[in-house]
Design a protein around this ligand. Structure first.
Ligand code: FES
Ligand code: FES
Length: 171
């Protein structure tokens, strides 16, 4: 099937088979290997990308299903050399260990903030992350990073809360 996608602002035309997964298309055809595959059973969230502005597990999506869509991967978040505020927050808060889950976590986090606004309650963030698994179990700092990143996406600079109990202090 002939398809055309916009991936990180670039138009890509490709012939795809009916069984080609979006994750495999992005990694193998578009050479965007920042989208990871951790389970292939739609559980871990390592493969989350944005499709027309909403997060989607690319391992559970056939490429042809998103024909014509606007796709953003982790490689498309930064503005040139400047990290997206959520990427910067993950770095600032040391919200990764092996890093395998990180692209999916960040894409989910950005979508979370786009939908819910400046999320800060740890319970809400943890509930929203139910589709993302960190095999290193680094959830504490991931939640802190999302608190900081959500604030930064709204132009507010806060320090990372020491505990997941509040909105943090003004920087
Ligand atoms: Fe897609 Fe795990 S690889 S959810
Ligand atoms: Fe290793 Fe999350 S940092 S899987």
């Amino acid at each position: 099937m002939n398809c055309e996608f916009t991936v990180n602002g670039k138009i890509i035309a490709a012939e795809v088979s009916s069984t080609l997964l979006l994750a495999d298309f992005l990694r193998d055809s578009a050479k965007l290997t920042g989208t990871h595959i951790g389970c292939d059973t739609s559980q871990c969230g390592c493969c989350v990308v944005h499709v027309d502005g909403r997060s989607m597990k690319s391992c559970a999506t056939f490429a042809w299903q998103v024909n014509g869509a606007n796709i953003v991967t982790i490689e498309g978040l930064a503005d040139g050399e400047e990290l997206h505020p959520m990427q910067a927050a993950f770095r600032k808060c040391h919200a990764l260990q092996c890093g395998y889950c990180t692209p999916g976590m960040i894409m989910t986090a950005v979508d979370m903030v786009n939908r819910l606004g400046q999320v800060s309650e740890p319970e809400v963030i943890r509930e929203q992350l139910e589709g993302n698994i960190c095999r290193c179990t680094g959830y504490h700092n991931i939640v802190r990073a999302i608190q900081v990143g959500a604030a930064a996406m709204h132009g507010v600079e806060i320090t990372a809360p020491e505990h997941e109990t509040g909105k943090g202090q003004p920087a």
